[in-house]
Design a protein around this ligand. Structure first.
Ligand SMILES: [Zn+2]
Length: 285
């Protein structure tokens, strides 16, 4: 079996896993706009303004994300791994805060989100921002890659960009269509009183979401602009992905890289964007 076949099987397994989980939360989400094509953000200097398929309610998805985030926090807390390093937490929160303040360039509502930033002590190289602005950084990505503030800002900017663009909501909408749920005439799902079921599988659904290459490209674009406007050198976007590439030499790729492939194409695209965002960075100094 060649590498492509392995990847196809992995993708198929992921898709089926995602489909099964998605079915579990369907009953708890409301399909809001049956012909919903819109764009979640303004394009910014980098011009990320593609039209998106958005069929489910962002309010309910954000609520699901917040519940899942609380569950993750309490599990980490029970294990004694939630924010044990006060200096690291402060550092991540300071950088995130500066990025959050720039999100209005892309969405006027985003600075007012219920942003939350925490860290988990773990060897994992991982970080994410759940829908609605719930950020989690695993200490391994900082310590093992020895990230500078600017590199960390580029990681966080990228993750925040996924949330601004509502890529999870878009992926779930596309999954609904792919499963034929919309065409079946059972398009409207109510919250139905309790969302316990959703809370139980929500975290898995959210983390099982795999972003498309287009999503990744948009997150790179917006992330670079956020970092630059917040006063972090966007050139660190290059060194960040070079470190990621080096970290990928082992047998088992880090969690972050399984959803964020670091390759020459990606680094080249970031390189090509630098002339647009370096002036934004220079203007902050
Ligand atoms: Zn990404």
């Amino acid at each position: 079996m060649n590498e492509d076949q392995v990847n196809d099987r992995t993708r198929a397994a992921r898709a089926s896993f995602f489909g099964a989980l998605l079915a579990g939360v369907l009953a708890c989400l409301t399909v809001t706009a049956l012909t919903g094509c819109a764009t979640t953000t303004a394009g910014g200097t980098v011009g990320a303004d593609r039209s998106q398929l958005l069929l489910i309610s962002s309010e309910e998805l954000n609520q699901l994300a917040a519940q899942s985030y609380d569950k993750l926090k309490s599990e980490a807390s029970n294990k004694g791994v939630l924010n044990p390093d006060a200096a690291m937490l402060q550092r991540v929160r300071t950088i995130s805060g500066r990025l959050e303040a720039q999100t209005n360039v892309f969405r006027k509502d985003a600075p007012g989100w219920q942003w939350e930033v925490n860290t988990i002590k773990s060897d994992e190289l991982n970080a994410f921002c759940l829908p609605g602005g719930k950020i989690m950084v695993y200490s391994g990505i900082i310590t093992k890659l020895d990230l500078t503030d600017a590199e960390l800002a580029n990681v966080l900017g990228h993750e925040i960009a996924h949330a601004l663009r509502e890529h999870v909501r878009e992926q779930m909408s596309q999954a609904l269509v792919a499963q034929g749920v919309i065409g079946a005439g059972a398009a409207i799902f109510g919250l139905g009183g309790t969302s316990t079921k959703a809370a139980n599988v929500g975290y898995q659904v959210l983390l099982a979401t795999r972003f498309s290459r287009t999503d990744e490209s948009e997150a790179d674009q917006i992330g670079l602009e956020l970092a630059a406007r917040a006063g972090y050198d966007p050139r660190a976007g290059i060194t960040l992905w070079q470190k990621m590439t080096n970290a990928n030499q082992g047998a088992k790729p880090p969690e972050f890289l399984s959803s964020h492939p670091a390759d020459a194409t990606r680094i080249q695209r970031i390189q090509n964007l630098l002339p647009k965002v370096i002036p934004l960075y220079d203007a902050t100094r």
